[in-house]
Design a protein around this ligand. Structure first.
Ligand code: MGD
Ligand code: MGD
Ligand code: MO
Length: 782
């Protein structure tokens, strides 16, 4: 067996701080950025860190921030500007050739820009003229459904509420959200099973948990502040398992920036007890094995099941039908090992299951969430201290945006409530989500695309097709802080509207405003920037929505858009009336110690579901779904290869093991499509065009690290898609599994490979064929 290079340092600690400080320098924002770091996630005042949705740790007196947060802050607080001078220097065609890293470092957007097609440059435009163009194009549509209004999860509650209201008053529910690509399976399945599509745990529960099962999540990189909670739980005797095809090195040890003994004396805390290195897409099978053993051996909580749940018989019947052979084939973990884990589950009086994108972004993403929830219900682990469901959200307000009504499939109660409060009909038909929206764009059915933050074309599957489709539109509008690729495929009218960032002060005619967000555990907290905005020309997102609404709706003044844009108390009063759980919003957000929790019925064992009980769900796909895909593709591959070259025997083809499951991951030098740098300390690489593979697998193929490999797959229409060449890089990752970085791989993914209900794209499990490229071929293709 070859030795895998291992990152031997604890996660966080000095390397993280040094890397963060470098990033502040890199962005030439040391002073502005450092000042902002000191006012993030503070008990009184300050702003909520835009880095991720993990809740604040209230016991911190000084700093509750991490490497991830500092880098996101550096990106936002950079003093370089992508202004009219910048755009005069670089044509759109030239910018299309820039990398994500270069675009991200071009500076803060600082004045409204309009695309001048004759010269292929963005040029400055006044706010008034920009609004007039937007209103004119929207008024010209045959139907409001010809426009798509995307949102990314940075947007705070007040502007998000105004935005969805504006879109619905315009007449459509076309409100796709980054959630469609992120935790949608969580929202869909938890709503069905528990009545609320959100975490049932609070931060305090991590202090009392006895077992934490972390499915498909890499907090060292993506939620570093969660490490402290895990280390603390571990010290209290809690066992922590990571269920992941990758042995994520950042999860073995943790050096806590809050502890002098760690930073000065070099101590560290242990984190994860064990890594269950499953096959990509193997979670349903593993969870089936666990549930099967627990029910068969009478280790489940029958009192809870009898009094609180519905659907147990159906699940039990289905579990009996699943064979252990299929369980093992589906997850790649031997039965004995599964039983050992099941024993830990049986013995734990308080179990938390956390999960991230490794669970949701699959064709079986909905099944994955259903099976985690089933496991918690079997054990009665909802509604008691130290236990529950903990989906860990990504964007800092992705959860809040949905609560505020940014939803393409709004609930009837939301629509009824909006109709009552605003005394007008709301559109009743479901709108387009990210996938349906992209398809409609590509089919030429839409004429307008507007985005409230985000980088739609790059984050979604089929990036190039979406970008080409945008060039056919009548109008594209981007409310944003930073330049990105989606803005570079202009149609007839294209506008970039620069907005105030989370770190910046928001001063209007009505004085200084604060906004609010909802964290991953349903807590509403206030957020208020401290820095002067990068330019006097910026407007807040709320003001931009208000101004567009005023220009569009003109004589209809029955909604006080101007007041809402300038005075967030007015908006909050409307939220209090229209959105359940926000009664007395203005008083509660001011009275409480940094916020309040939304009422979550499942935390109290009240079930707001169709049956009035917590609901067991049977998976839709076979537990061997991914294994079957691999087998089918391998058979087809061998068949094709035989046709191509009769001399080549099946043996050679099998030995090459050319068919793999590909997953995509993030590094600590990016925030989604915003590429801060090329380093991934924990995974020991300083480039992004890599393909991670286990060194034993490389040996088996006769390949070596550094070799160049092409990745290809047939999409759901049988069309070939390719990526590469990528550089083979060693990683402790399951056999048959390879990984690369998101978002560079998104053209490999088509719009039809997704989960059935939530429609989440299968970003984390693609069946691919690998081919090593020789140096000669590389030279020939250059
Ligand atoms: N630094 C940084 N922080 C971020 C972000 C960022 O881009 N950079 N993005 C933010 C956002 S929007 C989000 S949603 C979160 C995402 O946070 P995470 O959910 O942690 O994100 P990923 O890195 O996409 O994937 C997580 C893990 O899933 C594992 N995995 C892959 N396939 C499977 C599988 O089939 N089963 C299992 N069990 N595991 C699998 C991968 O090996 C990886 O460790 O992070 C947020 N925080
Ligand atoms: N292959 C693959 N694809 C994926 C994923 C994956 O794991 N693998 N993950 C998916 C996930 S989890 C997500 S959440 C999506 C992310 O999809 P998005 O949310 O669309 O993407 P981001 O890169 O977060 O958006 C970055 C842009 O947001 C704008 N922005 C930043 N801050 C602000 C602000 O305060 N206000 C406004 N108005 N704009 C701002 C900037 O212009 C910046 O360029 O990608 C998805 N795509
Ligand atoms: Mo996300």
């Amino acid at each position: 067996m070859r030795k895998i290079p291992v990152y031997t340092h604890p996660a966080a600690g000095w390397p993280a701080l040094i890397s963060s400080a470098h990033k502040l320098m890199d962005y030439q924002t040391f002073l502005r950025g450092s000042l902002s770091v000191f006012s993030s996630n503070q008990p009184k005042g300050g702003f909520d860190c835009p880095g991720c949705a993990w809740p604040d740790h209230k016991n911190h007196k000084m700093l509750d921030v991490c490497e991830n947060g500092i880098k996101v802050l550096a990106s936002e607080t950079m003093s370089t500007r992508a202004d009219a001078k910048f755009f005069a220097k670089h044509s759109v065609k030239e910018l299309q050739g820039w990398t994500g890293y270069e675009l991200e470092h071009s500076g803060r957007l600082s004045e409204p820009m309009y695309y001048d097609a004759a010269h292929d440059h963005y040029v400055a435009i006044s706010w008034e003229a920009a609004y007039a163009r937007i209103a004119k194009q929207l008024q010209q549509l045959n139907s409001p459904d010809q426009a798509l209004f995307y949102t990314s999860g940075r947007v705070t509650n007040e502007p998000a509420f105004m935005y969805q209201l504006f879109v619905r008053c315009f007449g459509t529910n076309n409100l796709p959200d980054c959630s469609n690509m992120c935790h949608e399976p969580t929202s869909v399945m938890l709503t069905k099973q528990l009545g609320v599509g959100k975490a049932t745990v609070k931060l305090e529960d991590f202090e009392q948990a006895k077992l934490i099962m972390m499915f498909g999540q890499n907090p060292a990189t993506n939620h570093p502040r969660m490490l402290e909670m895990l280390a603390h739980a571990h010290q209290q005797g809690c066992r922590i398992l990571s269920i992941n095809p990758m042995r994520e090195q950042g999860l073995s040890k943790f050096r806590n920036p809050q502890k002098p003994t760690h930073m000065v004396a070099g101590q560290s805390d242990d984190l994860v007890d064990d890594v269950i290195q499953i096959q990509i897409g193997g979670d349903v099978a593993l969870l089936t094995g666990l549930a099967k053993w627990l029910t068969k051996n009478g280790k489940i909580n029958t009192d809870f099941i009898d009094s609180h749940t519905s659907g147990f018989e159906g699940l039990d019947h289905w579990l009996r039908q699943q064979s252990w052979e299929d369980v093992e084939r589906g997850c790649g973990i031997p039965k004995d090992e599964i039983i050992n884990i099941a024993r830990l589950v049986a013995d734990s009086p308080a179990t938390i299951c956390t999960w991230g994108m490794g669970i949701t972004q699959h064709v079986q993403g909905d099944d994955n969430v259903a099976m985690i929830t089933n496991l918690l219900l079997l054990m009665g682990m909802i509604g008691i201290d130290g236990a529950g469901a903990s989906p860990v959200r990504g964007h800092s307000n992705v959860q809040g945006d949905r609560t505020m009504g940014v939803h393409e499939r709004p609930s009837q109660s939301l629509l009824d409530s909006l109709e009552k409060v605003f005394e007008r009909p709301m559109p009743q038909e479901d709108g387009l989500d990210v996938i349906a929206g992209a398809k409609a764009l590509i089919a030429g059915e839409l004429k307008v695309f507007m985005s409230m933050g985000g980088n739609y074309s790059v984050a979604a599957p089929d990036t190039s097709a979406i970008q080409q489709a945008l060039t056919k539109n009548q109008l594209n509008v981007f409310v944003a802080t930073k330049l990105n690729e989606t803005m570079l495929y202009p149609g007839v009218d294209n506008l970039i509207l620069p907005c105030v960032g989370r770190t910046e002060r928001l001063i209007t005619n009505k004085g200084e405003q604060f906004a609010t967000i909802e964290d991953s555990m349903c807590k509403i907290v206030a957020t208020q920037g401290r820095l002067a905005p990068i330019s006097n020309t910026l407007k807040s997102e709320a003001q931009i929505v208000a101004d567009i609404a005023i220009h569009l709706f003109g004589s209809d003044t029955s909604i006080p858009w101007k007041d809402m844009g300038e005075d967030f108390d007015v908006t909050r009063d409307y939220i209090a009336k229209a959105i359940a759980g926000f009664e007395d919003f203005n008083q509660r957000i001011r009275a409480a110690d940094r916020g309040f929790y939304l009422y979550h019925p499942a935390r109290h064992r009240q079930w707001d579901t169709d049956s009035g009980k917590a609901q067991f769900e049977v998976p839709k796909y076979p537990i061997t779904y991914v294994a079957n895909q691999m087998a089918e593709r391998t058979a087809k591959f061998s068949e094709d290869a035989k046709h191509q070259n009769n001399a080549q025997s099946n043996d050679i083809i099998n030995q090459q093991q050319a068919v793999w499951q590909l997953t995509s991951v993030r590094s600590h030098d990016q925030f989604n499509t915003m590429i801060f740098g090329f380093q991934d300390r924990y995974r020991q690489t300083d480039r992004r065009d890599v393909l991670f593979m286990h060194p034993d697998e490389m040996s088996r193929l006769g390949w070596d690290k550094g070799d160049k490999v092409m990745v290809s797959r047939q999409d759901s229409e049988g069309k070939p898609r390719t990526l590469g060449p990528l550089v083979l890089t060693e990683m402790d990752i399951a056999a048959n599994a390879v990984a690369t970085y998101y978002p560079e791989c998104n053209d490999l993914i088509d719009l039809d490979t997704h989960a059935p209900d939530s429609k989440i794209p299968a970003y984390k499990s693609l069946t691919v064929v690998l081919e090593r490229v020789s140096a000669d071929e590389l030279i020939a293709s250059a």
